[in-house]
Design a protein around this ligand. Structure first.
Ligand SMILES: Cc1ncc(COP(=O)(O)O)c(C=O)c1O
Length: 405
């Protein structure tokens, strides 16, 4: 059968997205990577462009994706065990590399156990499927990542079992908890550790306190879940994320290997029983092939490096370059959102001006993301810079020079 009629309907939908300003622009294609040299960090080549680009839009905070040890670990694992697992985990698709990564990330997050997923996105969906019941009430920050919102839908959480508190507003979180109806057996408070559009962090210590206060009211208590995808590896004194920053431990940690660790994949870390329940109940874990052994071996290596003196040096440079950019913006009288995370927002507060500045940066060989309505509310239009450990002082100076001009 022809797809003509379906194509026609979808064309109309896409046209609507474009008219509403919600359509994604064509994707740029990276065609080359040029290692750092002469006091500069790495540069990228793009299809159709004849210059090199400095990336300030990569989540690879520790710049590990080109690290020789990760590439070698992936190569060795792939040579011996092949490219794909051949089946899902419970049908002999589990290799020693999967278990090694699960043990390593559990140790890193200081949790008794962990399970890995293809992404943090599917981890959140898997978690909702695991702990959600019709007597579970979910409460989340208004700025939570799309994967958490989608997870609620996948787990069929009805709206009367959901509460949303204003961003980082702890009084509002308490109001949400006060409103939880009788008959609810467990409450999950779920929040991004670092909010990807703003670079600010959740007040994890306050959330923990509030959860403890309300916990006795429910059979299974108030469980705290942090999705620390942007924090793990990049935040806290040793890269353990937002929990380390606040020296407190949410009950369940969700994260990714695809940002600071420079690989791919996600995880849930928690008690042994929660993790066994994930294995039994999380469809996004059970019915899909796991990561390749190459990804797992590279991710283990990334965590090992993060936990070594080399990792601390990388984190040090990341923090130093982040300070350089943040202080430089302040010196230029530019508006940002305070905090030490390498996501550095530059508030422009106007759509046209945001687009113009992003284009000017692009023309000068700098990649940064413009966030405009409806991704962010009107008046909060922002250019998001992301600092990576491979950036050098001259790279940040280059960006600040462009912003000064
Ligand atoms: C809070 C949060 N969760 C999940 C994700 C998705 O991570 P992954 O690419 O591993 O699915 C992101 C990435 O943008 C994120 O910011």
């Amino acid at each position: 059968m022809s797809l003509d009629r379906l194509d026609h309907s979808l064309d109309q939908e896409i046209a609507r997205l474009k008219a509403e300003g919600r359509a994604k622009k064509p994707e740029r294609i990276i065609t080359g990577y040029v290692s750092g040299r002469d006091g500069h960090g790495p540069r990228y080549l793009l299809d159709g462009e004849n210059k090199e680009f400095l990336r300030l839009n990569s989540n690879s905070y520790l710049s590990l994706s080109h690290h020789p040890a990760l590439i070698e670990a992936a190569e060795v694992a792939g040579r011996e065990f092949g490219t794909g697992p051949g089946a899902v985990r419970f049908i002999d698709g589990t290799y020693r590399h999967h278990r090694a990564l699960e043990e390593r990330i559990a140790r890193f997050t200081k949790k008794p156990a962990a399970r890995i997923f293809n992404s943090a996105y599917t981890s959140n969906c898997g978690l909702a499927l695991t702990i959600g019941t019709d007597k579970t009430h979910w409460i989340g920050d208004a700025l939570n990542h799309n994967s958490i919102i989608r997870a609620m839908r996948i787990a069929n959480v009805p709206s009367f079992n959901k509460g949303i508190y204003a961003h980082n507003d702890m009084d509002d979180l308490e109001r949400c908890l006060d409103r939880v109806g009788d008959g609810i057996e467990r409450v999950a408070v779920i929040f991004d550790g670092i909010f990807s559009m703003r670079g600010d962090n959740a007040p994890v210590d306050r959330i923990q306190e509030i959860a403890r206060k309300y916990s006795p009211r429910f059979r299974d208590g108030v469980i705290t879940v942090v999705d620390d995808s942007h924090g793990i590896g990049a935040y806290g004194a040793t890269g353990r994320g937002t929990s380390e920053f606040y020296m407190t431990e949410p009950d369940i940690v969700v994260g990714t290997f695809g940002k600071a660790f420079g690989v791919n994949g996600g995880f849930i870390a928690a008690s042994k029983t929660v993790i066994e329940a994930v294995r039994q109940k999380a469809d996004t874990y059970i019915y899909t092939n796991p990561l390749s052994v190459a990804d797992c071996a590279a991710a283990v290596k990334a965590i090992d490096i993060c936990d070594s003196p080399e990792g601390l040096d990388l984190l040090d440079n990341l923090q130093e370059r982040t300070r350089q950019l943040r202080n430089g913006l302040a010196a230029l009288g530019r508006e940002s959102i305070a905090g030490p995370h390498p996501i550095v927002p530059l508030l422009i507060r106007e759509t046209g001006a945001t687009h113009r500045l992003v284009s000017r940066l692009f023309d000068a060989g700098v990649l940064a993301v413009g966030l405009t309505f409806p991704v962010v509310p009107r008046g909060e239009e922002t250019i998001r810079f992301q600092v990576n450990a491979a950036h050098r002082e001259a790279d940040i100076d280059l960006v600040l020079g462009l912003l000064a001009g």
